[in-house]
Structures are given as structure tokens and as C-alpha cells.
Design a protein around this ligand. Structure first.
Ligand SMILES: Cc1cc2nc3c(=O)[nH]c(=O)nc-3n(C[C@H](O)[C@H](O)[C@H](O)COP(=O)(O)O)c2cc1C
Length: 89
């Protein structure tokens, strides 16, 4: 992301990342987003040579899921929607 952008752009990027993830599934692929890469931007910049005025938010593994690997059968629990959303009327 351009490093001068503000809060709203983080939302844009998050939605864009999710769109890529959903599209990947639609095409028979799997993804694993990794925000941890954003903690090591210098190492990633050295390898990929992206511009100095860019902020690294996230990496993403993209590929074919190996369904025979036990790690890929792990499912995290989901909270009820009411736990995440506050309604105002
Ligand atoms: C934007 C985003 C960034 C993430 N970054 C990391 C990360 O850096 N390291 C990590 O172990 N998991 C990270 N995760 C979590 C995993 O990618 C994944 O969501 C988790 O294994 C649980 O899978 P699930 O979301 O299908 O329940 C991230 C998830 C999201 C949505």
C-alpha cells in the first residue's frame, strides 16, 4: 500500500485481500494470509525490491491445498455474529 494512505485504505486493502482469497477458492486454489511478513518489511524488500514508498501489509501463500496433510484439516471455531456486531436502532 502507498505509505501516505490512511485508515480507510487499510479497509480497502483488507477487502481486496479477502476478494483474492475468495476468488482463489472459486478457482480450486487455497490461500493463507500472513500479516507477520509486515513485521519484517526490510527482509521482504531486500528479496522483492519493492519501492521505498510502499508499506508492506501482508503476504499470502497461494497454492493447491494438500488435503492429506493433517495440518490442513484444522478448523478454527467461529463466534456467534452477536459477539462481533453491535446493533443500534
Ligand atoms: C489478514 C490475515 C493475516 C493473517 N496473518 C497471519 C500470520 O501472519 N500468521 C499466522 O500464523 N496466521 C495468520 N493469519 C491466520 C491464518 O491465515 C488463518 O486465518 C488461520 O490459520 C485460521 O484459518 P481460518 O481463517 O480459515 O479459520 C492471518 C489471517 C488473516 C485473515
Amino acid at each position: 500500500m502507498d505509505n501516505f494512505l490512511q485508515k480507510g485504505s487499510y479497509m480497502d486493502c483488507g477487502m481486496f485481500i479477502q476478494s483474492i482469497m475468495l476468488s482463489a477458492v472459486e478457482h480450486g486454489l487455497a490461500t493463507c494470509p500472513q500479516a507477520a511478513l509486515g513485521e519484517y518489511p526490510d527482509i521482504v524488500r531486500e528479496e522483492l525490491s519493492y519501492a521505498e514508498d510502499k508499506l508492506l501489509l501482508c503476504g499470502m501463500a497461494l497454492g493447491y491445498e494438500d488435503k492429506s496433510e493433517i495440518v490442513n484439516s484444522y478448523r478454527t471455531p467461529r463466534k456467534e455474529l452477536d459477539n462481533m456486531v453491535r446493533y443500534f436502532s
